[in-house]
Design a protein. Sequence first.
Length: 491
Amino acid sequence: MGKKKTNVSKVSEEDLKIETESPAFEGKKRKFGWKKIINKKTIILVAIFIIVLGVGFAYRVYSNTVNNVVVKDDREGVVEQVKNIVQKDEKMLKGQEEDRINVLLLGMGGKNHPGGTLTDTNLIVSIKPSTNETAMISLPRDLVVKVYDDQNPNYWEGRKLNYMYELGGGDLAAEKIEEITGLDINYHVSLDFEGFRKVIDDMGGLDVYVDNPFTDREYPDYNYGYQTIAFRQGEQHMDGETALQYARSRHGNNGEGSDFARAKRQQKIIATAKEKFLTPEVIANPKKGLDILEDLSDHVETNMEVWEMIKFAEIAMNIDRDKIINKVIDNDESGLVYSKIYPQTGAYVLIPTAGEYNFSEIHALASNIFDIADLVKEKAKIEIQNGTLKNGVAAKMATQLESQDMEVVKTGNAKDQTHNVTLIYDLSNGTKPLSLEFLQDQTGAAMTMPMTYEEFMLNHATSEEAPLETEEDSEGMPDFVIILGADNTSV
């Protein structure tokens, strides 16, 4: 995706003006009204009905709805669209040849809400067609990215991710998420709150299992005030408004008062909605389908063509919910971001733990997310030793590995702290090959040496370590010991 330059100078929202890293911009901010940003308000729902009921019904649905959902200057003729639908099996989706299709889902208030073009949801859905695996990666809205000015391209400002859609629509949001994740964002789809509520109601609501009960006394109402909402543990039938409250709440108690907790709930709602949509009561009901189309026509924006939606829907229908990998980029102990208050503005922001505007750790997670799921199954235990005199090296590597769901059982200093190169001792007897390959990639280890734990203890144990004496002791022994040398980038 090519670089999109955007004017960012005259921004009035103080809570979004993070920190100017260069002289004041001279350009004017690009304005995007809700109607103006709609390029193709065609939707995946059209595609699924096409699959089920055939091209004849597709023609009727398309001809009945295209004038409402596609901007006139941007749409193709009905005949050309139907021709593309018929020939879709000969075409490939973007990313399909690489066996990874990445779709950015954006959720926002919409035209009837304050800050209606600030995104509450920034979620990547990645599909691996060869295995029908799916990964959902949620990015926090307060993560800061660089935005360059089109009048003065050498100047930039740090802006929150949730502001990208207002500045440049779905294209700019996708561009910045490509920078953050290192992924090619093939498609983007945005949906506002009203559209979300309507589609859930049109489907007859959702049955959602609430894992963690909570009460939120600061949930926004529709009159610039607050209301109290609460959810009990267990399965609940939710209408559109209740599902929106569950997905949107930010101030709940019992550990549910963060954007990260909210991102997990949003992923659950999306997975549940996908399952409900594919039930016979929804997918085989033409009237219900047309109701959904009509309700969503003013609330969805996407860069997908109709034939691409159909083909994507065919792939999505084969997704096994049990194969969905869920990941939220968060600021917990092993998270990839940390929170900060900018003293100049008092704004709360999130910064990568690798350093400001250094998204390398997020790149590694996003690119390896399908492999990480297999790694976790190996349940490798890892010990990390600092083989240098620089403090904190082992702890930093432990955080990096734990953020990718690896289990670090111990960190400390090596017996010899004059190592020039990083070494990995494989104590697993070759039983965890994926973990070994992953550790080699993450550490850049110059050498891997297989040996037994007893051999390792005999030659490399520190003075504080005692040899194993019982079988119970052996349960905590590591499968791999990493000794970090001066060549490691963490040093």
